[in-house]
Design a protein around this ligand. Structure first.
Ligand SMILES: NC(=O)c1ccc[n+]([C@@H]2O[C@H](COP(=O)([O-])OP(=O)(O)OC[C@H]3O[C@@H](n4cnc5c(N)ncnc54)[C@H](O)[C@@H]3O)[C@@H](O)[C@H]2O)c1
Length: 367
């Protein structure tokens, strides 16, 4: 039985650094690949040494443990140095042409049976891997920000992914202390379509007055029972990233039998102005009817896309439920919320967002 011992990480940025550090802390040897030696050094000091020192200062790790973890980590600017890796995780910037070319290089430089995965948020794995020789060893391994803290990982099987590759990735995720769910190669995979649908609908109500940011954030907190509202979470990922992801989801799904809301103009305007959502932009609107109007559509959107994901075999109900609770810290996932409401109410809310033009009607609710 093959095992993974050495892991390559391409892109030593926010995500790559956390993914590699997580693996080193789980005992794997890690080789980071950056664009040039200066960046390798700068990122090593920034993400590895200072992060480990902080852990030692906070008493979360001994100096000895720090030296052991640091000793497992190397950096390089050359693809050839990744020839020792059993698994390579790509976490470079989100650009399709760049990713395709990186995997072309990896296919040439790595062992012929090295597993090659991408941490892309928005691209289909099959496309990103088009230049790899031996498609059965490719897959997606999608971590969530912040990758050293957030426990969820989506293991994405594209059509050609072999059982061996999939099993080794599930085992790798578990040894890294992650909760892994199994997802089909689908736009945004399983978690992001739900979250992007939620904020696309919520943001579409923003008018700076009756529905200011404070009100919309508060409605999302009350409706979903979360500590951090949907507007707050968008700020965390950056409104530029949030907007581009919303555009991409609409492009992929808007005209299909699933449907997807148009990326909200309000989000575009905020991001183009270089702003974040101002969570303290005025009083919270307490008018019950006004709040209910938005809450029902927020839930309807979450229910519609979640049902579609199951109908299209992207993910199982159980995995989506666990995935949403783990990655987004919602106390209940979509199916927990639906169970609580009952079938008739769920159908009514889904019809609201279908009538509003946000989604197409899932077959389950057609009868
Ligand atoms: N930030 C998030 O919340 C998040 C969450 C999940 C997935 N992702 C995905 O993870 C990936 C990385 O995102 P990030 O936020 O860490 O970006 P980032 O900009 O912080 O890091 C990307 C790094 O890749 C490096 N890079 C670019 N070309 C390279 C090459 N040819 N070889 C080696 N390194 C190269 C850059 O120098 C940079 O340091 C993206 O695909 C993104 O969609 C991001």
């Amino acid at each position: 039985m093959r095992t993974i011992e050495t892991v390559g990480v391409v892109g030593f940025g926010v995500m790559g650094a956390a993914i590699g550090l997580n693996a080193a802390m789980a005992g794997y040897k890690v080789v980071f690949k950056e664009m040039n030696d200066e960046l390798v050094k700068a990122m090593y000091d920034k993400w590895v040494i200072s992060a480990l020192k902080k852990r030692v200062e906070r008493g979360k790790m001994t100096r000895e443990q720090m030296d052991t973890v640091a000793g497992l980590i190397q950096g390089t600017s050359q693809y050839e140095d990744l020839d020792v890796c059993d698994l390579v995780i790509e976490a470079a910037v989100e650009n399709m042409d760049l990713k395709i070319s990186i995997f072309g290089e990896l296919s040439k430089a790595c062992k012929k049976d090295a597993i090659l995965v991408s941490n892309t948020s928005t691209f289909l794995i099959e496309k990103v891997m088009s230049k790899v020789e031996g498609q059965e060893r490719t897959a997606g391994l999608h971590y969530f920000f912040p990758a050293n803290v957030n426990k969820l990982v989506e293991v994405i099987r594209q059509k050609a992914t072999s059982d061996e590759t999939y099993n080794l990735l599930m085992e790798f995720a578990s040894k890294n202390g992650k909760v892994a769910i199994s997802v089909k190669d689908f736009p945004g995979f399983a978690i992001n379509p739900v979250f992007i649908a939620a904020y696309s609908v919520l943001d579409s109500f923003y008018d700076g007055d009756k529905y200011n940011v404070a009100t919309l954030d508060d409605i999302s907190k009350e409706t979903l029972g979360v500590r951090f509202g949907v507007m707050w979470v968008q700020n965390g990922s950056g409104l530029g990233t949030a907007y581009h992801a919303a555009v991409s989801m609409h492009e992929y799904l808007g005209e299909t039998d699933i449907g997807f809301p148009v990326a909200p103009t309000s989000l575009k305007e905020k991001f183009e102005a270089g702003e974040s959502w101002n969570l303290e932009d005025g009083d919270i609107n307490t008018d019950k009817e006004a709040r209910k109007y938005v809450a029902e559509r927020l839930l309807g959107a979450i229910f519609a896309i979640s049902t579609q994901l199951i109908e299209k075999d992207v993910v199982t109900e159980e995995d989506l439920e666990v995935g949403i609770r783990t990655s987004l810290a919602w106390p209940k996932g979509p199916f927990g919320l639906m169970d609580e409401m009952g079938a008739d109410e769920v159908k009514r809310l889904v019809k609201l967002v279908v009538d509003g033009g946000y989604f197409k009607l899932p077959s389950k609710f057609a009868a």
